[in-house]
Design a protein around this ligand. Structure first.
Ligand SMILES: C[S@@+](CC[C@H](N)C(=O)[O-])C[C@H]1O[C@@H](n2cnc3c(N)ncnc32)[C@H](O)[C@@H]1O
Length: 200
């Protein structure tokens, strides 16, 4: 599957292929990616990460909360050279992996890596994104303080998106915020996935 999915990234085709190689080698060796995930990196992780790229405004500053091995932050940064991306991750080994990957992929001019917990981070961004980190109500508790005025949270979710949004309704009402589920199509595979977008 390596040819077609890489070409979806246009000028970033070579960078995204290098990133997938890094995930399949160091990512598995360092225990960030399960050994059985090697086969499914493109569909399940890389292409899934960019399904919501259209929800990010041109030129936005973006923080990827709980970035792990760089998902969705690194595929988004490669697909969208207009974005400035911060990868926020609490675990040292993952941070070391991210720093090496950013350097090797030549993205250091607009992708930075920060070690820290989201709830202790003190900066604001146009978009706060996150994938597979925590249920929406807890995630919003961490992410909402990181949203700059006029910005939004874009939480990548699977089929639980609607139920998680219902669980967060009370919190959103108290804060005067609006939440919506967006149905997304994963590029190349055509699979369905979802994002919850929260803003004013
Ligand atoms: C299941 S992994 C998901 C990683 C990646 N987002 C993905 O989709 O593959 C969750 C990641 O969130 C990080 N994490 C969990 N709680 C966090 C917090 N409060 N602040 C920052 N990172 C956190 C973990 O260390 C882990 O790397």
């Amino acid at each position: 599957m390596a040819g077609a999915p890489a070409s979806f990234f246009g000028d970033g085709a070579s960078a995204i292929s290098s990133y997938v190689d890094i995930l399949a080698s160091r990512g598995i060796d360092w225990g960030l990616i399960g050994p059985r995930e090697g086969e499914r990196l493109w569909e399940r992780h890389v292409l899934n990460s960019v399904a919501g790229a259209g929800l990010l405004p041109e030129g936005a500053s973006v923080v990827d909360v709980g970035s792990g091995a760089g998902l969705p932050g690194l595929p988004l940064a490669i697909l969208r050279p207009d974005l400035r991306v911060t990868l926020l991750e609490s675990l040292l080994r993952r941070v070391s992996f991210l720093e090496l990957a950013v350097e090797e992929l030549g993205l250091a001019d607009r992708v930075s890596v920060v070690r820290g917990r989201a709830e202790e981070h003190r900066a604001q961004y146009d978009v706060v994104t996150s994938r597979a980190v925590a249920p929406l109500p807890r995630l919003l508790g961490w992410c909402l303080p990181l949203v700059a005025p006029g910005g939004r949270v874009v939480a990548l979710k699977g089929s639980t998106a609607g139920a998680e949004l219902e669980d967060a309704r009370g919190l959103l009402r108290r804060k005067g915020l609006v939440g919506e589920v967006h149905r997304l199509v994963v590029p190349v595979s055509g699979e369905e996935t979802f994002a919850v977008v929260v803003g004013r």
